[in-house]
Every structure is written in structure tokens, then in C-alpha cells.
Design a protein around this ligand. Structure first.
Ligand SMILES: Nc1ncnc2c1ncn2[C@@H]1O[C@H](COP(=O)(O)OP(=O)(O)OP(=O)(O)O)[C@@H](O)[C@H]1O
Ligand SMILES: [Mg+2]
Length: 221
């Protein structure tokens, strides 16, 4: 799957979060988005994943403006993208196993197929032993692993990782980086974090900084 943005602008009310961003991601690309808080990293990941609407410009999936796709086509395309969210977005009332199963259950797979895929995803991230635990009983690194397992369970072509090393000690961060590099093999990986991290050397980097001015040019400073 190929992703691109063309002159992408995203405004939130009077605030411009992204200004004229044009990027191209053939399958297998790697990009690290970095820069200060409010720079638009999460907004760009979500726009690429179709979770935030462009104000102007385009988000292209396999060359097609995603706003021209039908609901079904959008869902199918989104099934090929996995997002590790900045706030892990795990359901604390569900076990790790149930959390990871959610994307599959929405697809209507059989219980046996779900069980097998969930077991594989948990094994892949080293969380097999924690399958029956609830996220609130996991360490920060384990929660990240659970978030990665949930993003991976659909075998996506594109993996988005939003601030995956936040709040982790250096050793755990290095472990999560190694895991991301390993599971991104053959996929596109787009990661966001405040600063480049030596343990996650991606082929391309892009620095996003907060817009100096609001859309209406009235300074808020
Ligand atoms: N849903 C929203 N509604 C209004 N403003 C938003 C929304 N999402 C993001 N913004 C604004 O857009 C700008 C970019 O936010 P974004 O979350 O993309 O930054 P970020 O680079 O991910 O920051 P961080 O490093 O803190 O995660 C910020 O000024 C933010 O307040
Ligand atoms: Mg963010």
C-alpha cells in the first residue's frame, strides 16, 4: 500500500496544525516525525490513517484521494493500517487478549481464527504470559507491547507508531524500538516522537514545528 499527502492542510478552528505537507510513502518506507509538542505529528499520522479530515489538499491511498472512496473502500484500506496510539487506548476493563482481539472481531472472523491470530500477535511482542491480565496491571513497556500487538494483529502494510517510547526507561525504550524495527520489516513504518532516538534509526526524518501564526493571522502570543 502506498500513502501520500499532497499540499495537505489541517486546521482545527482558527488553528493551523499542518501547513502544505506533501509526502510520499511507497510500501516499505520508514519515516520518523519529530519536533516539539503541538508540531502536528499526531495530526499527520491521523490524517494519513484517515482519522482526521484534510482542510485542504489530499491524503492519497494507492494514488486515490481517500475522500473519494466509498465507506466500504475506506474500511478496507484502513484494515491495512495499524496505529499504535500515543495514549495507548487500551480498554482497561478487557484483558490484553480481548483488547488485541477487538480489530479482528469487528471483521467477523471465526472464534478459532481470532484466537490463533491473537496468540501469534502476543507471542510476537513477547506478551504471551500476560494475555489474561488487564492493561492497568501491566508495566508501561508491556502496555506499549500490547498496543503494538493490537496494531499488528490485522497484519497491516502500514504501521503508525505515535510516541512509542514515551515514558519508558532507556532499556525498555531500546526493547520497544527493536521490536518496532523487527515487526516493520516489509511494511511501511511511520513513527512520531519529540526527538530522534538512537535506538530507532529510520531511513527518513521530518521535523514538524508548531505554526507560528493562526489561520486568520491574528497572533495569539
Ligand atoms: N482535535 C483537535 N482539536 C483542536 N485542536 C487540535 C486537535 N488535535 C490537535 N490540535 C492542535 O493541533 C496542533 C498539533 O497537535 P498534534 O497533537 O498533532 O501535535 P503533536 O506534534 O502530536 O504534539 P505532541 O508531541 O504533544 O504529541 C496543536 O496545537 C493541537 O492543540
Ligand atoms: Mg502527538
Amino acid at each position: 500500500m502506498e500513502l501520500a499527502t499532497s499540499h495537505l492542510v489541517v486546521d482545527f478552528g482558527p488553528h493551523r496544525a499542518l501547513d502544505d505537507v506533501s509526502l510520499h510513502f511507497p510500501l516499505g518506507s520508514q519515516l520518523l516525525l519529530y519536533g516539539p509538542s503541538g508540531g502536528g505529528k499526531t495530526t499527520l499520522l491521523k490524517a494519513l490513517a484517515g482519522l482526521v479530515l484534510p482542510t485542504r489538499g489530499q491524503v492519497l491511498w494507492n494514488g486515490r484521494d481517500r475522500l473519494t472512496l466509498s465507506r466500504g473502500e475506506t474500511r478496507d484500506a484502513q484494515a491495512h493500517m495499524g496505529m499504535v496510539f500515543q495514549t495507548d487506548a487500551l480498554f482497561d476493563t478487557l484483558t490484553v487478549e480481548r483488547n488485541v482481539a477487538l480489530p479482528l472481531e469487528r471483521k467477523g472472523l471465526s472464534a478459532a481464527a481470532v484466537e490463533e491470530k491473537v496468540a501469534n500477535a502476543l507471542a510476537r511482542v513477547g506478551l504471551k504470559a500476560a494475555a489474561q491480565k488487564r492493561p492497568e496491571h501491566l508495566s508501561g513497556g508491556m502496555r506499549k507491547r500490547a498496543g503494538i500487538a493490537r496494531a499488528l494483529v490485522m497484519e497491516p502494510w502500514v504501521l503508525f507508531a505515535d510516541d512509542p517510547l514515551a515514558g519508558l526507561d532507556p532499556e525498555t525504550a531500546a526493547g520497544i524500538s527493536a521490536l518496532l524495527l523487527e515487526v516493520s520489516h516489509g511494511r511501511t513504518l511511520i513513527a512520531a516522537m519529540p526527538d530522534p532516538h538512537p535506538s530507532l534509526p529510520l531511513a527518513r526524518t521530518l521535523r514538524l514545528t508548531p505554526m507560528a501564526r493562526d489561520v486568520d493571522n491574528r497572533s495569539t502570543a
